[in-house]
Design a protein. Structure first.
Length: 211
C-alpha cells in the first residue's frame, strides 16, 4: 500500500511498471486504485460471475389447475404434481376455476383448497391464502426452507453386509444334525497308567509253612 498520492504520480507509477491504474473502489474517500493488468482483472471478474451464475438456482412458480367437483383419482394425480414441484423447491399456484352455475357454490372450491392446504401443512408455507380472482379461486404455497429437496444423481446409501465366511459358517451350523453332540465339549480326564516296578526290586514271595 502506497498511501494517498496524486493522480499524476499514480499514472506514472503504473506506466513505469508497464501496467494499468485501475479504480477498484470509486465510492471510497479517497477512491482506491490498484496498479495491475486490466485485461487479467476483467477476466477474473467475468469468471467469478460465471461461477456464481452456475451455483445460483432459479425457482419457478408452477401452476396446477383443478375443478371444484374433482374426483378422487384426479385429485391424487394433482397432489403428486404439487408434491413433485415442491420437492424441487418451486412455488405452486393452485388455481380452482368455476364454470357456469358453479359460481353459486364457492364453498365447495374453498373446501378443496383447504383440503390441499391441510395435507401439505407440514411442508409448505402459505404465501397467498385462497382468494377469488374473477371466476377462479387462487392459492399460492411455497416449500418450507430447511427441508431436504430432491438431488439429481444422488447415490443410495451403501448397505453393510457380513463377510462371506460368517455366512458360510452360519449355513453350516443350520445344516448340522440337531441331535448331534456339540463340538466344543471339554475332554474327559484319563486315569494315569500304572508304572512298572523298578528293575532292581522283586515282587515279594508269599511265605509257605515249613513241614
Amino acid at each position: 500500500m502506497v498511501g494517498v498520492v496524486p493522480l499524476e504520480e499514480g499514472l506514472a507509477r503504473a506506466e513505469d511498471a508497464g501496467l494499468d491504474l485501475v479504480e477498484v473502489s470509486p465510492n471510497a474517500s479517497p477512491p482506491v486504485c490498484k496498479i495491475l493488468d486490466y485485461g487479467k482483472f476483467r477476466y477474473r471478474d467475468q469468471r467469478k460471475a460465471r461461477e456464481a451464475k452456475k451455483r445460483q438456482r432459479t425457482f419457478e412458480v408452477k401452476e396446477v389447475k383443478i375443478r371444484p367437483n374433482i374426483d378422487g383419482h384426479d385429485y391424487a394425480v394433482k397432489m403428486r404434481s404439487i408434491t413433485k414441484f415442491l420437492d424441487y423447491g418451486n412455488k405452486v399456484k393452485v388455481t380452482l376455476r368455476f364454470r357456469g352455475r358453479e359460481m353459486a357454490h364457492q364453498e365447495l372450491g374453498a373446501q378443496v383448497l383447504e383440503r390441499i392446504r391441510g395435507e401439505l401443512s407440514e411442508r409448505v408455507r402459505i404465501e397467498q391464502t385462497p382468494s377469488m380472482d374473477g371466476r377462479q379461486m387462487v392459492m399460492v404455497v411455497a416449500p418450507v426452507q430447511g427441508l431436504g429437496h430432491v438431488t439429481q444423481g444422488a447415490e443410495p446409501p451403501a448397505v453393510s453386509r457380513p463377510p462371506r465366511a460368517s455366512r458360510n459358517a452360519a449355513a453350516e451350523t443350520n445344516d448340522a444334525d440337531p441331535m448331534a453332540a456339540p463340538p466344543n465339549l471339554a475332554p474327559v480326564a484319563a486315569e494315569p497308567e500304572a508304572l512298572p516296578p523298578p528293575p532292581g526290586d522283586e515282587a515279594p514271595l508269599s511265605a509257605t509253612p515249613e513241614t
